[in-house]
Design a protein around this ligand. Structure first.
Ligand code: PLP
Length: 403
C-alpha cells in the first residue's frame, strides 16, 4: 500500500467527528455481545459474508471497535483496520494469516522480546521458520528471502535498540519478491507513517503511546481492506478464529485518548531530545535517533514526519547491570518516573531491557546485537519542566557512580 508523501496523520485526527446516538459529542458505546436480526434469512446472509455493515456478534465486529479501528486506519493512511485485545494479539493474527506450514519469515533480530519469542520458539511448532537479520543491512534481507518467504517483519524503530528500518529499501525487496512488509509502528505513531514507504501491514500495541495512560492493553492492525476482511473472515480469518477481540468499553476509552496523540508525541519527542542531548554532553553513551551520533540519524530524517520529532524513546548505557539497577532505583526515589516496563505514559518509565522486555533473547544473541546489560531504556514522559527532571536524573546517576 502506498500513500502520499505529504500525508499528515494529524489532519485525519482533526477531521474525525463521530456523533453519539442522541447527538452526543462522543460516539455511543455499544455494550452488546450479540445483535438482533428481524429476518432469519438475513442472519444467514451475514454468516455467508454476503452483507457488509451488519453487526452479528462482537468478536466479529462491533460499532465501538469500528470507530477506533477506522480512526487508527486514518492516522496511518490505511484503507481499513481492526483493533485487537493486545499488541501480541495483533502480531500473532497477522503472522498466522500470512503463513502456512513450510513458509518462512525474514525478521529483524531486534524486535520486542515477546514477538521474538513467538517467532523463534512458537512458530516452529507449525513448521514455520524464521531467519533473523540485521534490519539495517539490506543485503542480509535480500539474501535471506527465498521462494518460501511470506513476509519481512520489522519495527519502524526497534525495541529496544532504536534501530531504524529503511522501509523504502526493504519494500523494494518485498515488492520484487511479491511478499509482504509488515511493520510494527508501536514506538513511532504519528512520527513515522510506514505506508508512505511501501509497508503492506502496520501493527500497533495500543497499550503504549496511542492509549498513553497505562490503563489498557490493546492492539491494532491496519492495511488494505481485503487483508483486514480476510483476518475477520468467519470461516478462516486468524483474528476472528484466534479470538483476541478488544472489548468495546476499552475501545471507547482508547478512542478518547487518541485525540491528543499528536500533542503528546510532540512533547515526548521534545523531552526525549532534551534528555538525550544532555546525557550525551555528560559523556554517557546515548542512543537516540535525534542525535547525529545515531548510526541511522540521516535515515530517520528521511522517513519521519518532522513536526512530531524523533520520538520519546531514549537508550542510555550505565556501563553495567549493577549501575543500571541502582540508577533506576534512585531515579524512581527522586520521583523522575517509574521503574516499570512499557511506554507512552505521562511519567518517564525506565527498565533494563536485557533482563526484562528482551529477556526472551538469549544472552549470546543479546551480545551479538549490542544489547549490553548496562542499558536503560527510557520512555520519556510529558514533563513541562524537563530541566528539573534532568537535574534529578543526573543526581541519581552521580549517586549510582555512573558519572
Ligand atoms: N510491539 C512492541 C514494539 C512492544 O514494545 C510490545 C510490548 O512491549 C508489543 C508489540 C506487544 O504489545 P502488547 O503488550 O500490547 O501485547
Amino acid at each position: 500500500m502506498k500513500i502520499d508523501k505529504d500525508f499528515d496523520p494529524a489532519e485525519t485526527l482533526q477531521n474525525i467527528q463521530y456523533f453519539g446516538e442522541f447527538g452526543g459529542v462522543n460516539p455511543s458505546i455499544t455494550d452488546s455481545s450479540t445483535y438482533t436480526f428481524l429476518k432469519a434469512d438475513r442472519m444467514e446472509e451475514v454468516f455467508e459474508n454476503e452483507i457488509e455493515g451488519c453487526y452479528l456478534y462482537s468478536r466479529h465486529w462491533n460499532p465501538t471497535n469500528r470507530y477506533l479501528s477506522d480512526a487508527l486506519a486514518g492516522i496511518e493512511g490505511a484503507e481499513a483496520g481492526q483493533v485487537m485485545a493486545s499488541g501480541m494479539g495483533a502480531i500473532t493474527a497477522v503472522i498466522l494469516e500470512h503463513c502456512n506450514a513450510g513458509d518462512e519469515i525474514v525478521a529483524s533480530r531486534t524486535i520486542y522480546g515477546g514477538t521474538y519469542a513467538f517467532l523463534k520458539n512458537y512458530l516452529p511448532k507449525f513448521n514455520i521458520h524464521i531467519k533473523f537479520v540485521d534490519i539495517t543491512d539490506l543485503s542480509q534481507i535480500k539474501n535471506a528471502v527465498t521462494s518460501r518467504t511470506k513476509m519481512v517483519y520489522c519495527e519502524a524503530l526497534s525495541n529496544p535498540l532504536l534501530e531504524v528500518a529503511d522501509l523504502s529499501g526493504i519494500s523494494k525487496i518485498t515488492r520484487k519478491n511479491d511478499i509482504s512488509l509488515v511493520v510494527d509502528n508501536t514506538f513511532t505513531p504519528m512520527v513515522i507513517s510506514p505506508f508512505k514507504f511501501g509497508a503492506d501491514v502496520v501493527i500497533h500495541s495500543l497499550t503504549k503511546f496511542i492509549n498513553g495512560s497505562s490503563d489498557a492493553v490493546a492492539g491494532a492492525v491496519v492495511g488494505k481492506k481485503d487483508f483486514v476482511d480476510s483476518l475477520m473472515d468467519v470461516n478462516k480469518g486468524s483474528a476472528m478464529l484466534l479470538g483476541a477481540t478488544l472489548d468495546g468499553l476499552r475501545a471507547a476509552s482508547i478512542l478518547k485518548n487518541l485525540r491528543d496523540l499528536h500533542l503528546r508525541m510532540m512533547q515526548h519527542s521534545k523531552n526525549g531530545m532534551y534528555l538525550a542531548q544532555k546525557f550525551e554532553e555528560l559523556g554517557l553513551k546515548v542512543i537516540y535517533p535525534g542525535l547525529t551520533s545515531h548510526p541511522q540519524h540521516k535515515l530517520f530524517k528521511s522517513v519521519y514526519n518532522p513536526k512530531y520529532g524523533f520520538g520519546g524513546m531514549v537508550l542510555l548505557d550505565a556501563g553495567s547491570k549493577e549501575n543500571a539497577y541502582r540508577a533506576m532505583e534512585l531515579m524512581q526515589d527522586k520521583k523522575t518516573g517509574y521503574l516499570a516496563v512499557s511506554l507512552g505514559f505521562y511519567k518517564t518509565l525506565f527498565s533494563a531491557p536485557g533482563t526484562s522486555t528482551s529477556s526472551e533473547i538469549s544472552e549470546e544473541e543479546q551480545k551479538k546485537m549490542g544489547l549490553g546489560d548496562g542499558l536503560i531504556r527510557m520512555s520519556v514522559g510529558l514533563d513541562m519542566n524537563i530541566e528539573q527532571t534532568f537535574n534529578k536524573m543526573k543526581a541519581a546517576f552521580k549517586e549510582a557512580g555512573v558519572l
